[in-house]
Design a protein around this ligand. Structure first.
Ligand SMILES: [Zn+2]
Length: 173
């Protein structure tokens, strides 16, 4: 959804050229709208060799099991955001062990930064409204999930990333 009004002064934005790119900008105060991919932390959490997944309620991938994930806030590091998301979505306290991979793709608006983490406390108690349920899965009980059929680009991409993580977990056994 294109931004129509200036976030600083409320004037209607126009399209102008800046650094060789067309961008929405404000003719009154000079504010320029930059659209950059936003980091999302995704956490591959394990306990007793089982993988922690949440049943998603909202898009992308509503109705699917996927690792806990969410936007990183301005006042936290990626690792802090990752641990917070796991806490909110599952109730567990985790320690983030390492960066696994950064997934990036044009025109989906986000980049996915995946971390490995392990549980150090807490109990199963999802607080987040975007999660219906959280569960640990052993390798032989990972959910079989068909790809989305009427999704947006973000759904297909997130599906592929989540599926890749599950497959990798399965292979490590
Ligand atoms: Zn303005």
């Amino acid at each position: 959804m294109p931004v129509k009004f200036c976030a600083q002064c409320g004037s209607e934005l126009v399209t102008g050229s800046e650094s060789g790119r067309e961008r929405p900008m404000c003719p009154r105060c000079g504010y320029i709208v930059y659209r950059n991919p936003v980091p999302v932390a995704l956490v591959v959490t394990t306990r007793d060799d089982k993988l922690l997944l949440v049943h998603r309620v909202n898009a992308p991938l509503a109705g699917y099991w996927a690792p806990p994930a969410g936007y990183v806030e301005i006042d936290e590091s990626l690792e802090e955001g990752a641990a917070r998301e796991v806490k909110e979505e599952t109730g567990f306290d985790v320690v983030v062990d390492k960066l696994l991979r950064v997934y990036s793709r044009a025109n989906v608006g986000i980049m996915l930064v995946t971390f490995a983490a392990h549980v150090v406390g807490g109990e199963m108690a999802p607080q987040a409204h975007e999660v219906a349920e959280a569960r640990f899965f052993a390798r032989d009980e990972l959910p079989a999930q068909p790809p989305p059929t009427d999704g947006k680009p973000l759904d297909y991409w997130f599906y592929a990333v989540a599926k890749g993580i599950l497959v990798e977990f399965e292979r490590k056994g």
